[in-house]
Design a protein around this ligand. Structure first.
Ligand SMILES: [Zn+2]
Length: 238
């Protein structure tokens, strides 16, 4: 599965955040379709809504198809929405087929060329992701780093222990100038970089869909227990 968010901040056009990622997702789908590929597994594409308001689209998708969380019982948190309440909403109950999600790839950091994938702290995933990216090393996209990344839709799945990863991209002017500003306009997009990203996304999706290998997921997090240093740390407990 691959996705990006279709909504944008109020200033500018939202071209880089995240029209760019959305265009790449649609182009990756077009590439795979036009080549007549017949992958062994279903490849699903998502354009999320409400990302800027708190990852609302991806949280809703997860609740419908992957896993549910109960209300926290804290009225303020529950009213604030899942972006806030999920820190304290346990237990997580996986839905049937939740673990059938082989990999989710997110593109959410502007128009820059894809350089590889963040493994989101899951070092066991690094060799598998590197293998799927290997054919694209010559396009400059072969890197896998363990670093976790935040702030966008893959996080919703990472929080369930699912194999969800974000692409590393050239930063360009995204954070410094364009992001959430009135400069987020079409002229900041780089067509050649977006074409490269679409080719890499399509190729990695096809490799994953046809691969015998699975990305090792993380455990389903439970409620924080400060007396056990090895349990998942719940930031809301601070
Ligand atoms: Zn944004």
């Amino acid at each position: 599965m691959a996705g990006a968010h279709l909504d944008s901040w109020v200033a500018g056009d939202g071209a880089a955040d995240n029209g760019a990622g959305s265009a790449v997702v649609v182009e990756a789908a077009r590439i795979l379709s036009s080549l007549g590929t017949r992958p062994r597994r279903t490849i699903r594409f998502a354009l999320w809504s409400g990302e800027e308001q708190g990852l609302l689209g991806s949280y809703d998708y997860v609740a419908r198809h992957l896993a549910t969380r109960p209300p926290t019982g804290d009225a303020e948190l529950d009213t604030a929405g899942p972006y806030f309440s999920s820190r304290a909403a346990f237990p997580i109950t996986p839905l049937p087929g939740c673990r059938d999600l082989k990999v989710y790839l997110n593109l959410g950091n502007g128009s820059g060329k894809v350089r590889g994938l963040y493994a989101e702290g899951n070092v066991a995933a690094v060799p598998v992701l590197k293998g799927w990216l290997a054919p694209y090393a010559s396009l400059g996209a072969g890197a896998v780093v363990a670093k976790p990344t935040g702030s966008t839709d893959h996080v919703v799945m990472v929080k369930l222990g699912l194999p969800a990863y974000q692409f590393i991209q050239d930063p360009l002017d995204y954070e410094s100038t364009v992001h959430h500003s009135n400069a987020d306009t079409f002229d900041h997009l780089r067509p050649d970089d977006l074409r490269q990203a679409a080719a890499v996304m399509a190729g990695v999706l096809l490799s994953a869909a046809n691969s015998e290998k699975t990305v090792p997921g993380n455990v389903v997090p439970g409620r924080a227990d400060d007396s056990d240093p090895f349990r998942y740390k719940d930031p809301s407990a601070d």
